[in-house]
Structure formats: C-alpha cells, structure tokens
Write a protein that binds this ligand. Structure first.
Ligand SMILES: NC(=O)c1ccc[n+]([C@@H]2O[C@H](COP(=O)([O-])OP(=O)(O)OC[C@H]3O[C@@H](n4cnc5c(N)ncnc54)[C@H](OP(=O)(O)O)[C@@H]3O)[C@@H](O)[C@H]2O)c1
Length: 260
C-alpha cells in the first residue's frame, strides 16, 4: 500500500499549491480535511472534490495566524477514531514589507501563520503519527528561504531548517517528513501580496499540479527534500554554493524587481 493513504489535512487547501495537493490526494482516494479562512470557498471546494473523487471532505474555518484557531486545528490531529495520516503544512502568504519600521504587526502575523502554526501542527502530528508508527508530514518551505531577500526569506529559511530537523528526528519511526521548496509557482500568492511579477521570465514559472506530482513522488521514494524542476534545483544549488557576494548582489536585484 502507498504511504499516501487515509485522511489528509491540508492547510490553505482551497487555492494554489494547497488546492493542488488536495486534488492530487483526493485523486488517490484520500479523504481530506481542508483548513482556510474563507468558509464559503471551503464549502464549494469541499463539495467539488467530494463529488469528483468520491471522497469524504471535512472542513475547518480557521485563521492560522490566530493562536486559538491553530490550537483548535492541532486538537483535531489527536483523533484516534478518524486519524489524520497526512499533514500538508502549506498555508502562507507573501510578505515584502520593510523590516525596519515602527509597526511590525504584518511581520508578527506572518510569523504566527508560517512559523508558529507550522511548528504547532507538525509537532502535534509528529508525536501522534510516531506513536502510531506511520504517517506523512509535508512542510512547504521555499527556495526563497535560501537567500536573504526579506523577512519572508527568513521565515521560509526557518521552515526549511525546521522541517529537515523534524525529518531527522523522526527517522526510524515510520513517519516520513518532506521539506518542499517551491520556486515561483503561478497561484494567487503574488496578487494577494501585491508582488510585481512582470520581471520574472515565463520559463521560470512552475505549475502547481506538476509541483505537487513531483512532491508526492518524492514522498513515495522516501526522499526528505524536494525542489521541483531542474531549473530551480540549479538555482537552489547556486544560492547555497555560489560566492556570497554574488548571491547577495543577485538578491539585491531581485528585491528591486519585486517592489510595486
Ligand atoms: N506561489 C509561489 O510562488 C510560492 C513559492 C514558494 C513557496 N510558496 C508557499 O506555498 C504556500 C502556498 O502558497 P500559494 O502560492 O498556494 O498561495 P495562495 O494561492 O495565495 O493560497 C493560499 C492558501 O492559504 C490560505 N490561507 C492564507 N492565509 C491563511 C491564514 N491566515 N489561515 C488559514 N489559511 C490561510 C488561503 O485561504 P484563505 O484566504 O481562505 O484563508 C489559501 O487557501 C505558502 O506557504 C507559500 O509561502 C509559494
């Protein structure tokens, strides 16, 4: 039996990469638990996926930048009657606000969503799944976490490292942990965060469905990291191995291009 079975909890499962995960897992026969803020959209995506794939789709309206909402979702991971076998820690958003400013609310909310919620859900799932001796955790980091473009990079650097550390910690328990590092993917992400994308060449963009196919194949092959597409594997390699001054000056050019 594939390791990808049972119910999958996908945070941010109503759009972009999360929706692609929800769809691909439903196609494989997995029941779902989708988490997002927009209740109407959750209802319509759940209805669509359940009708198309004949799976059970549970939903939870939760703002994962809110501690109480995150803790409520974490509690669901404890259920032994209807266990969550796959966790996709995906919900997130772009953040290009200046770091040096008086009001850091946007940053602390982003940390709550993309650091605290990732920590709380992955830790809880890791504990429950390792007691059971099986399960899959996918944490969506980013290639952006390999450079120092802004606080979003810093946040994703944390996700990348945290997820790798969890993968090592859970080695031998039967739980697989995948750190997924997407490059630029066409989703609602850039529009929502008002990030300018006109300077990004067409050939660099990734398709969310293709990205997810690669990520799920990596889980089945027992890999602990996935950087989908050859072009982003090369970019990731260069970001980590090229001389620092070169990476810094390329990052500075990227910062200028992304500002509205
Ligand atoms: N797109 C890219 O180029 C790219 C590249 C690298 C990494 N990533 C990462 O991939 C992940 C998914 O991004 P995406 O591109 O798929 O974005 P997206 O198309 O904007 O989708 C974001 C999803 O997350 C949910 N969400 C956002 N804020 C939330 C909150 N506070 N609480 C609960 N759910 C929330 C949204 O639903 P609601 O609005 O209804 O809550 C939506 O379902 C993120 O972690 C992002 O950092 C994206």
């Amino acid at each position: 039996m594939s390791v990808l079975h049972g119910r999958a909890l996908v945070t941010g499962g109503t759009a972009g990469i999360g929706y692609a995960f929800a769809q691909a897992l439903a196609e494989r026969g997995c029941d779902l638990l989708l988490v997002a803020r927009d209740g109407e959209r959750l209802r319509s995506v759940a209805e669509e996926l359940s009708r198309r794939h004949g799976v059970d789709v549970e939903t939870m309206i939760a703002d994962l930048s809110d501690h109480g909402d995150t803790d409520r979702v974490a509690t669901r991971l404890d259920s032994a009657d209807d266990p969550v076998e796959i966790l996709v820690n995906n919900a997130g958003h772009g953040l290009h606000d200046a770091i040096a400013q008086h009001d850091v609310t946007a940053h602390t909310r982003a940390l709550d969503l993309m650091v605290r919620a990732v920590l709380v859900l992955a830790s809880r799932a890791g504990a429950t799944m390792s007691d059971r001796g099986h399960g899959v955790i996918i944490n969506v980091g980013s290639v952006a976490g390999l450079i120092a473009q802004n606080n979003y990079s810093a946040i994703k650097a944390w996700v990348n490292t945290f997820s790798d550390a969890l993968s090592l910690e859970l080695m031998g328990t039967g739980v697989r942990v995948l750190t997924l590092l997407p490059g630029w993917v066409r989703t609602e992400f850039h529009g929502r965060a008002e990030i300018r994308t006109s300077s990004i060449p067409d050939f660099l963009w990734l398709d969310a469905d293709r990205l997810v196919t690669d990520a799920l194949a990596a889980v089945e092959e027992g890999k602990d990291r996935s950087v989908p597409s050859k072009r982003f594997a090369i970019i990731a390699f260069l970001a980590q191995r090229a001389p620092r001054a070169l990476v810094r000056s390329a990052t500075a050019r990227l910062r200028k291009g992304a500002r509205h």
